[in-house]
Design a protein around this ligand. Structure first.
Ligand SMILES: Cc1ncc(COP(=O)(O)O)c(C=O)c1O
Length: 395
């Protein structure tokens, strides 16, 4: 039989972060001692108070199909969270709970993007944005940013990227992979550009909201004139270490939320019942209950920056949130190391894997070919050992 796969899937790239994790697993299988710094996943266990809520939900027999857009009391908890943390007011009809923020993003793409619509992605961007947009028939328009500008898009760059076909802007703050956090004034400047154009919508991916070391998280939906054109995406994977429980959500204009609900009703139905019940406990808890994880990430960021800073050739900025460092490694391009020529970030990342047994991810996967992403969601000992090995193979 000939391969009859659709063009849609054939044209889709494999998730680079998952591909790197698979390669690291394969090498581990061969007995190599690989330190994995490639995945975007907290290395903490889920806090006990959240586990208890899940156990309670199992015992309370939360076993039938939940409502497609989420349990009513979870939506209330999300509404309270948006009000408390972001100053945003939503009604239940504006909230949709999904199987992770990834599905929230995918729903939004499917309900908002027509074939040929352009979606502006400040690069580096999260690895899946480009493929999710393409899957919906959209055209990703990458706007390259530089380490000198902390990987942030300027209003001038945004203006220059807008065409009559522009439908949306998608960005994350704190950003995966750069860790950059847009300030209020920076978002106001971007909003001022968007407001000059009718019918451009914004996806503000705030999944790393709490892992923010400058303490100034701003939702663009709260900026004057932006509420009706913003879709605020969030979830519990990162700050609550609940990646495997697969719960994400949006707050959006009602017509968009309704469309996402319709989409989800045909594709997956409601998100996992037990995960939803546990999410109520997570969102209702004071931030002090998860502060220990944020403090730990902060400490590790400082440590890894200091250690990497001592290696010649890494160009670094100071990421203000998330749990990644995104060094520019162009000074290694064109060099030969241990008989291997480094032509680009992918070669460099592969060199670190094969020679230092440290798994990172090439920046190319995030739309930036000059950098690599190093996740510091690993123990202090692993991080120290990883940087020691990297130093050795670069000397
Ligand atoms: C920026 C960003 N958005 C969304 C997601 C997806 O999160 P979830 O686990 O809720 O699907 C991730 C996960 O890596 C992410 O880094």
């Amino acid at each position: 039989m000939n391969n009859q796969l659709s063009d849609r899937i054939v044209n889709m790239s494999m998730s680079a972060t998952l591909a790197m994790a698979a390669k690291a697993r394969e090498l581990r299988g061969q007995g190599k001692d690989i330190i994995g710094l490639s995945l975007g996943e907290p290395d903490f266990n889920i806090p006990d108070f959240i586990k208890d809520a899940a156990i309670q939900a199992i015992n309370d027999n939360y076993s039938s199909y939940p409502p497609v857009d989420g349990y009513g009391d979870l939506k209330e908890a999300i509404i309270n969270k948006f009000k408390r943390d972001n100053g945003l007011t939503y009604q239940p009809s504006q909230i949709v709970v999904s199987t992770g923020a990834k599905q929230s993003l995918s729903n939004v793409a499917m309900v908002m993007i027509n074939p040929g619509d352009e979606v502006i992605l400040p690069a580096p961007y999260w690895v899946s944005y480009s493929d999710i947009v393409k899957l919906a028939g959209g055209v990703p328009v990458e706007v390259p940013t530089s380490i000198e500008n902390d990987f942030k898009m300027t209003p001038e760059q945004l203006e220059a990227a807008i065409t009559p076909k522009t439908k949306m802007l998608w960005y994350s703050s704190p950003c995966n992979p750069s860790g950059s956090v847009y300030s209020k004034s920076e978002l106001e400047a971007l909003a001022a550009v968007l407001k000059k154009h009718d019918n451009i919508y914004v996806v503000s991916d705030e999944i790393y909201e709490h892992i923010n070391f400058v303490g100034d998280h701003v939702s663009i939906a709260g900026i004057e004139g932006m509420y009706d054109r913003s879709i605020t995406v969030n979830g519990v994977s990162k700050a609550f270490a609940m990646t495997g429980w697969r719960i994400g959500f949006i707050g959006a204009p009602e017509w968009i939320a309704r469309a996402c609900n319709k989409m989800q009703g045909q594709v997956t139905s409601g998100a996992n019942a037990i995960g939803q019940r546990a999410t109520i406990a997570a969102l209702e808890a004071p931030k002090s209950k998860i502060q220990y994880m944020i403090d730990e990430f902060h400490k590790r960021r400082d440590m890894v920056l200091e250690l990497l800073g001592a290696i010649e050739g890494f160009k670094l900025n100071v990421p203000e949130g998330a749990f990644y460092i995104f060094p520019d490694v162009t000074s290694f391009f064109g060099k030969e190391l241990r008989g291997k020529t480094i032509n680009n970030a992918s070669d460099f990342s592969m060199y670190l894997l094969e020679e230092a047994n440290v798994a990172t991810v090439t920046g190319e996967a995030f739309g930036n070919p000059n950098c690599i992403r190093i996740s510091y969601a690993a123990s202090e000992d692993e991080l120290k050992e990883a940087v020691k090995r990297i130093k050795e193979v670069l000397n």
